[in-house]
Ligand binder design. Structure first.
Ligand code: FAD
Ligand code: NAP
Length: 434
């Protein structure tokens, strides 16, 4: 550990690691506190952090070439969509290659962060209290289950997808998966061949995109089209919508309702298997739950189904147990960070990875790390408080116009636009108002 460090990083997942590397490269001294006993955060299956959302069958949904760090690509011998274990081993090599493990104090939880003037008092689980000029929060925002509140009670097993690990407990059972995000489709497909039957309940439906189009990973198809024809994001999406409809056909044929919203107003749900599995009768689709009725569930269309188990794949709440609400209230402030990173009230409180991109999170946080390092090294000047607030207002207005009005979209950003914004700031040496 580095006693002279003036920057504290909370969390040694992919976000904390890449930010630490960027700071190190600028000669800035940081120390990382990690409550678990190793690096990797959610990519370490059955991590002893107690907050991992990784299941045994989890594969990355971004294809390999688009997932690597700028100076540390994934090994080309890996498959198009690496498994969690393969990605973890990539992160471990990254940490070793850039000497990041020595910066981490493991089995040390940050219990609280308290601003003291322009500095921050950080209390650790050991009882020790330390003082820093900046605190970078990289604790991961996908581990505190958001549960729906359905009327009635259910007698069978119920868990949130956060606690799902394997299909074993569901063999021969009638299982309902609630939600139609990426956790829901992954888990429904994982269970489908073992369970007696799987029901997916969705209140809004979603456009289910395949992982491959014409044998090529879909993110690569989109990238190729944008580059080859020099298309804007909007134009690229128009072409992609057309290609997806051509490749997938009308999902209504399989009983998956057509969403009322346009394709790009939601967070993409990707699955190569869901639609064919519906077609094979392993999975059927129901609308929202109306009430839980003991060993049955009633749906808003008036139908009822007997069930043995429910898995709520209903997403996550953004919470920071170590930040009192008067310091940072996630409900009000998580969507109001300057450049999606800097607290308006406490500019030394910086968040890394607190985004949900259309595109991959992992390499996007590398750019956030470079941006943060640029700011802390004095290479990138920030606008004043009014300027930062104006940027946040402009971002929120654009976001409301772009995505669905739901808590799920508070952290949504477009990878390409946001990455370019941060790169532009770094090139200019000053961060912008838009
Ligand atoms: C099921 C699932 C699949 C995903 N798949 C993809 C994907 O394919 N591609 C993609 O780009 N993104 C994916 N994501 C998003 C993913 O969460 C991010 O990409 C990223 O890896 C998260 O890294 P992180 O470091 O921000 O958080 P985490 O991996 O959660 O790491 C946070 C770390 O902080 C530590 N910590 C938390 N609180 C404290 C504390 N108080 N004190 C000390 N340490 C603390 C934790 O122990 C943990 O090690 C997925 C998310 C989920 C849930
Ligand atoms: N393989 C992968 O790479 C992979 C796998 C899993 C997750 N992830 C990522 O991890 C993040 C979290 O994904 P997630 O799927 O766990 O959560 P999510 O994206 O937030 O999806 C939650 C789903 O639950 C539904 N829902 C929420 N509240 C509900 C309620 N009260 N009643 C009924 N339905 C409700 C949502 O519907 P609405 O749309 O109507 O709100 C949505 O379909 C995402 O960024 C995702 O891409 C990636």
């Amino acid at each position: 550990m580095n006693d002279a460090a003036d920057i504290c990083i909370i969390g040694a997942g992919s976000s904390g690691m890449t930010v630490a590397k960027a700071l190190k490269e600028k000669g800035l001294r940081a120390e990382i506190f990690e409550k678990g006993s190793d690096i990797g955060g959610m990519w370490r299956y059955q991590n002893d952090t107690g907050q991992g959302s990784c299941y045994a069958s989890l594969h990355i949904d971004t294809s390999r070439p688009n997932l690597g760090y700028s100076d540390f690509p994934l090994d080309p011998s890996l498959p198009d969509f690496p498994s969690h274990a393969q990605f973890l081993s990539h992160l471990e090599r990254y940490a070793d290659r850039f000497g990041l493990r020595d910066l981490v104090r493991f089995r040390t939880e940050v219990a609280s962060v308290t601003p003291k003037g322009e500095r921050y008092e950080v209390a650790l689980s050991s009882g020790e209290v330390r003082d820093y000029g900046h605190v970078i929060v990289a604790n991961g925002h996908l581990s505190d289950p958001r549960m729906p509140e359905f009327a009635g009670t259910f007698d069978g097993d119920q868990i949130h997808s956060h606690h799902y690990r394997t299909a074993d407990p569901y063999a021969g059972k009638r299982v309902m998966v609630v939600g139609l995000g990426n956790s829901a489709v992954d888990i429904a497909v994982d269970i489908a061949r073992r369970a007696e039957h799987v029901i997916v309940s969705t209140r809004r439906s979603a456009w289910v995109m395949p992982k491959y189009l014409m044998g090529v990973p879909i993110d690569q198809v989109s990238g190729m089209i944008a580059r080859r024809f020099r298309l804007s994001t909007k134009a690229t999406r128009r072409v992609m919508s057309w290609l997806i409809r051509l490749g997938v056909g009308d999902q209504r044929r399989l009983g998956l309702p057509r969403p009322e919203h346009p394709m790009w107003r939601e967070h993409a749900t990707l699955s190569q298997e869901l639609l064919p599995y519906i077609g094979h009768g392993y999975i059927s689709v129901k609308p929202n739950v109306q009430a839980l009725r003991g060993d049955r569930v009633a749906f808003v269309d008036g139908s009822e189904e007997p069930l043995d188990a429910i898995i709520y794949a209903t997403g996550y709440k953004t919470t920071f147990p170590f930040l009192p609400a008067e310091v940072f209230d996630p409900e009000a402030e998580a969507g109001r960070l300057y450049r999606r990173m800097i607290s308006l009230k406490h500019p030394g409180l910086i968040f890394a990875g607190l985004v949900q991109p259309v595109g991959p999170t992992i390499p996007l946080v590398e750019i956030q790390g470079q941006w943060i390092a640029g700011v802390l090294a004095g290479d990138v000047a920030l606008p004043d408080t009014n300027g930062r607030t104006a940027e946040v207002e402009a971002h929120q207005a654009l976001q409301h116009a772009t995505y669905l009005d739901s808590k799920r979209y508070v952290l949504e950003v477009d990878y390409r636009t946001y990455a370019e914004q941060m790169r532009k700031d770094m090139r200019a040496g000053s961060a912008g108002l838009r």
